[in-house]
Design a protein around this ligand. Structure first.
Ligand SMILES: Nc1ncnc2c1ncn2[C@@H]1O[C@H](COP(=O)(O)OP(=O)(O)OP(=O)(O)O)[C@@H](O)[C@H]1O
Length: 871
């Protein structure tokens, strides 16, 4: 409700075709009922808001409706309806609620010799006029019976008292009838084209209002002739049918596009309907002119209403019905709000002596292959034909009064347009659709949306008690009957103060019929063909029933031939105001099918209904109390649900805050993650480079290691060889030295022995021997000296060589391994040992020399002594 209120505050331009200063100041022809005739006539953007009726008298004298002026501009506001998951539905919303709509000029304005009546000004505004005009139509029609809106020879206006030009039965056969009408002279006046919806109310009740909607020629699929194989020579599709005011014009095949160039003798007017909507019309426009006041009488007068769409497959029935459903929801709850505010029916907020309770319930069912199923039951089949198997078929029952009942059908209570559209979306989602050559999402079933508007009102009443004992409490009848009865009883009754409950429950059925299809164009096979057969069969039965009803010959009407007619029986048989929207394609290709639809429309126009107000008055304090208790209970429930709603709103607010917080945190974390990611990427690049460098370095090291290893091996080998050869040489030298020393020693021993012998000889006084001995000593000394020199040089050379080798080995071995050190150590030890040995040899030589010196000294002393002795 709140949502609706807020929407009502805004104002947007409406598609009202009412003449405005702006539009009348232009040179365009006056706008017609919405048909553009396909003639590409001047389209005028109308920005004048529609003035809706501020209230309407109840012709039944029942409920007074003094609604305050409604902000009509807000009615054009796009309601905030959530988008439907149904692709088909989505496409329709803009059409149904245009922000700025285009009112196309109607049809071929040049052909009209009479100025057209502005349609909205007289048809819909204000509501009071509309109701009065309806009554006026009744009186006018009573003087002009049997007017059905068929094309009139001589251009007389249907619905204005001139009889039709031909028998309506001539339309029984589509082809023959259309051909016959087509052959008739073209109508030269179109003054009816924008007249108010005619009641065709010459007889009892009113006629079913019938309009024709021509869908746009689809550029994507139909603009180019499919039959022409050569795309270069392909011709744009010609328009077979177009709108001319409220008439359908058939163009000649050579006429090509539009009909703007159509000459009188080339074209022929087929039929005139209550309204004809051309390609550029909008669903909202159609709703306002065809359906809105049926909805209003459902809400305000308690009369039933039925609106159905009929036509060939893919001509826009579902498209139109979806837009109508949205507009119905908007108007229905708008009117309910007005009533609640006290503008119309007193509500539960009104003074205590009058209390009312209004409920809106919706049900949705589909008839698929003659099986009825509930579309508000979630079947989860996603609207495919397979979903059908998962839900049970509903039975159809009729009570003794002929009321149709469908036990088990869900009726969902809806409190605002959002809940209503939720239900519609659920139903549309569950609907059985299938793909055909003509429509990607073709409805394979008849869908019936039932909206029940129920209002219960309790008020104080003066109850008359009959003196003859016949009381009134608990009686139930219509309001008029009650009034009559009351008048009769007045004289012989006493009046007491009591309370009464007036219950008004009216139904609005919106029926989206499945498209009639011929296999010729739909190309259906298998399951689709079977479905198509069933669809055509039930449509044929409906057509037959309507035909019979139109003839009004009192013959038996067999509603039981199909479930569709069984369900629609209460409406068809009279207790409903009815509207029929026939959808056609303008394409030549589908001319036969369009003619058939027009024929159906013509037949339907002949049907009359007489909808009564469904009001029940009950006098019963107990009932009133019960009702009051119910109101109290509902109030409590409403308060509870308000509380729950507030809590939920609070929780929602909190979660929204939390979401904002979380979002901020997420943003932060994302920022951080991005930074980390960047850093990671940078590090990865860096690491990759490092790893690459390290690998290179490692490879180099490995190469160097291998080289070093081999070098080490070579060096070690060489060192080993050197060491061995050196040790060999050393040993050799030692052996040689030892041998030499021994030899020398032996020689010396020999010589010493010889010297001793000589010294002995000298002691015996031989000077010569002493001299020789001296020479020998000198010689010995020299030899000794030589030996020492040799030993020293040998020692020097040995030492130098060894040290050099050791140093070089050390230098090499230090770099390589510890083994080398060990070897060095060993070598050093060896050298040490050899040094020791050398030192020992030296010591021995020194001792030997000492001995020799001692001996020489001794010899010298001996010689001195000998010389002394000799002297
Ligand atoms: N007046 C229109 N304006 C724009 N698009 C339209 C109009 N009429 C029909 N269409 C588009 O044509 C396609 C077929 O329309 P839709 O499904 O309503 O046809 P249908 O008569 O219900 O077909 P079927 O009987 O096969 O279910 C849809 O995409 C719809 O949006």
């Amino acid at each position: 409700m709140t949502m609706f209120n807020s929407r009502r505050k805004s104002s947007l331009p409406s598609p009202s075709p009412s003449p405005s200063p702006a539009s009348s100041s232009t040179s365009h022809p006056p706008s017609s009922s919405g048909g553009d005739g396909g003639g590409g006539k001047v389209a005028t953007r109308v920005l004048v808001p529609i003035r809706r009726p501020s209230g309407m008298p109840n012709p039944n004298g029942g409920i007074a409706a003094t609604t305050p002026p409604r902000d009509e501009a807000s009615r054009m506001t796009k309601p905030g309806i959530r988008s439907s998951p149904h692709a088909k539905s989505m496409a329709m919303e803009d059409d149904a609620f245009p922000i700025v709509t285009t009112a196309a000029s109607g049809g071929d304005g040049n052909r009209s010799t009479c100025p057209r009546t502005p349609k909205r000004s007289s048809a819909r505004s204000p509501g009071k006029d509309r109701i009065i005009s309806s009554a006026a139509r009744g009186s006018l029609a009573s003087k002009t019976p049997s007017m059905s809106g068929i094309v009139v020879d001589g251009g007389t206006t249907p619905g204005r008292g001139t009889p039709p030009p031909r028998e309506l039965s001539s339309f029984a056969s589509p082809s023959s009838s259309i051909a016959a009408v087509a052959a008739a002279p073209a109508c030269t006046t179109t003054t009816t084209s924008t007249s108010p919806i005619r009641g065709r109310s010459g007889e009892e009740g009113e006629g079913v209002r019938v309009c024709v909607r021509i869908r746009p020629m689809s550029i994507a699929t139909s603009d180019i002739d499919d039959d022409d194989d050569d795309a270069a020579t392909a011709q744009p599709r010609a328009y077979a049918l177009s709108a001319d005011g409220n008439a359908i014009v058939r163009n000649s095949p050579t006429d090509g596009r539009g009909g703007g160039s159509t000459s009188e003798d080339e074209t022929s007017r087929l039929c005139v309907y209550d309204r004809v909507y051309g390609e550029n019309s909008t669903t909202l426009q159609l709703y306002e002119e065809m359906v809105a006041d049926i909805v209003e009488s459902v809400v305000r007068q308690g009369r039933n209403g039925t609106v159905f769409t009929y036509g060939q497959t893919s001509t826009g029935k579902t498209h139109t019905m979806h837009g109508i459903l949205m507009a119905v929801g908007r108007d229905l709850f708008g009117m309910m709000m007005d009533d609640t505010r006290g503008g119309g029916i007193p509500s539960s907020f009104s003074p205590p002596h009058r209390k009312s309770l209004t409920t809106v319930r919706i049900s949705c069912m589909e008839l698929y292959n003659e099986e009825l199923r509930d579309l508000l039951v979630c079947c989860g089949g996603g609207g495919t034909t397979t979903a059908y198997a998962t839900t049970t078929s509903l039975p159809i029952q009729e009570d003794r009064r002929g009321n149709v009942q469908i036990p088990g059908l869900i009726e969902r209570i809806v409190n605002d347009i959002d809940e209503l559209m939720d239900a519609v979306r659920t139903a549309e989602g569950n609907r059985t659709v299938g793909s055909t050559a003509m429509n990607e999402r073709s409805s394979r079933s008849h869908t019936i949306f039932g909206i029940t508007y129920e209002r219960r009102e309790a008020m104080k009443a003066e109850v008359m008690h009959s003196l003859d004992g016949s009381g009134q409490g608990g009686s139930s009848s219509s309001e008029e009957e009650e009034e009559d009865k009351e008048n009769n009883r007045m004289s012989k009754s006493v009046t007491t103060s009591s309370r009464k409950v007036i219950t008004t429950a009216s139904n609005l059925y919106l029926v989206d019929l499945a498209g009639s299809e011929s296999v010729r164009v739909s190309g259906a096979t298998g399951q689709r063909q079977k479905e198509g057969g069933k669809i055509n069969q039930s449509l044929l039965t409906l057509s037959r029933v309507l035909s019979k009803l139109g003839k009004r010959d009192g013959g038996h009407i067999n509603y039981r031939d199909s479930k569709l007619t069984r369900i629609l029986k209460p409406s068809l048989s009279g207790n409903a105001r009815m509207g029929c929207i026939c959808c056609i394609s303008p394409d030549f290709k589908y001319l036969e099918e369009s003619k058939s639809t027009l024929d159906f429309a013509t037949r339907t126009m002949l049907v009359r209904t007489n909808a009564k107000s469904n009001t029940k008055v009950e006098y019963d304090d107990g009932l009133v109390k019960e009702f009051e208790r119910e109101i109290e209970r509902i109030k409590r429930e409403t308060a509870r649900s308000d509380e729950r709603r507030l809590q939920m709103e609070k929780a929602l607010q909190e979660s929204e805050d939390e979401i904002v917080c979380l979002k901020a945190n997420i943003e932060l974390a994302l920022g951080r993650a991005k930074c980390i990611e960047r850093e990671k990427t940078r590090l990865e690049v860096h690491l990759k480079k490092e790893i690459c460098d390290l690998k290179k370095h490692n490879n180099e090291l490995e190469r160097t290691l291998i080289e070093n290893e081999s070098e080490k091996h070579i060096l070690m080998k060489r060192q080993e060889d050197d060491r061995e050869s050196y040790l060999r040489e050393l040993k050799q030298m030692e052996v040689e030295q030892t041998l030499m020393a021994e030899k020398k020693n032996n020689e010396h021993q020999e010589k010493l022995k010889a010297l001793s012998v000589e010294i002995e000889a000298l002691r015996l006084g031989n000077t010569e021997s002493v001299i020789n001995l001296s020479n020998c000593v000198a010689e010995l000394e020299r030899t000794n000296q030589d030996l020492r020199g040799q030993l020293a040089s040998a020692k020097n050379s040995n030492n130098a060589a060894q040290e050099n080798d050791v140093a070089s080995l050390k230098a090499t071995i230090d770099d390589l391994t510890k083994d080398k050190l060990k070897l060095e150590q060993m070598l050093t030890n060896e050298i040490q040992k050899s040094m020791d040995r050398r030192n020992e040899a030296k010591e021995r030589r020194r001792k030997f020399k000492g001995k020799l010196v001692g001996m020489a000294e001794t010899l010298k002393d001996d010689l001195v002594h000998l010389s002394y002795q000799g002297e």
